[in-house]
Design a protein around this ligand. Structure first.
Ligand code: AMP
Length: 190
């Protein structure tokens, strides 16, 4: 199986690039942000609980997102592999993912980390907020908090995957096609 963690701060292009990579490599896309927004749209209890945290730009509890990923893995027994987008975001999530994949006799193949500076991120997120209507992309304070959460809780995962020799750094600035090409080269060399 080819199991990729597409890593990077909010606005680094993970969703855009995932959409291209799932077609090329025939993978299942698992975005915890998309799943949570689906729960909110469906008005579930889980969605209601997550919404107040997401509206502030805080992370939702590890147990919630780990449970969601577990059920998605179980529901896709024939997958050729997965792209994890926006997950894991904490060390506890990364450890849980390793355990879940080991139970399926597989593992993370590589972590592709998109590098984009903070100023460019804020610019992209505010632009996306206008297009998509996502509330957490429209307020500079919320964006700042999301980037802070990323720097405090998520960035340490580079060391986690680096220690497993799975970290690949990719320059995340340029055209969508250029970045996609760099990702494909990195994946083909895994
Ligand atoms: P995203 O679409 O990945 O930017 O996620 C939007 C929001 O959903 C984040 O700001 C968090 O509140 C929540 N979220 C998504 N994925 C996770 C995760 N793996 N762990 C905790 N919170 C998450």
């Amino acid at each position: 199986m080819l199991n990729l963690v597409l890593f990077g701060p909010p606005g680094s292009g993970k969703g855009t690039q995932s959409a291209l990579l799932i077609d090329k490599y025939n993978l299942v896309h698992l975005s915890t942000g998309d799943i949570l927004r689906g729960e909110i749209a469906a008005g579930t209890a889980l969605g209601l609980e997550a919404k107040s945290l997401m509206d502030k730009g805080d992370l939702v509890p590890d147990s919630v997102v780990i449970g969601m990923i577990k059920s998605k893995l179980e529901n896709n027994p024939d997958a050729k592999g997965f792209i994890f987008d926006g997950f894991p975001r904490t060390t506890a999530q990364a450890e849980a993912l390793d355990t879940l994949l080991a139970e399926l006799n597989t593992a993370i193949s590589g972590m592709l980390s998109l590098q984009v500076d903070d100023e460019e991120l804020s610019k992209r997120l505010l632009l996306r907020g206008k297009d998509s209507g996502r509330a957490d992309d429209q307020d500079e304070n919320i964006i700042r908090n999301r980037i802070k959460e990323y720097n405090n809780k998520t960035l340490p995962l580079k060391e986690f995957y680096g220690a497993q020799n799975k970290l690949q750094e990719i320059e995340g600035v340029g055209s969508i096609e250029e970045i996609n090409q760099k990702l494909c080269t990195a994946i083909d060399n895994l």
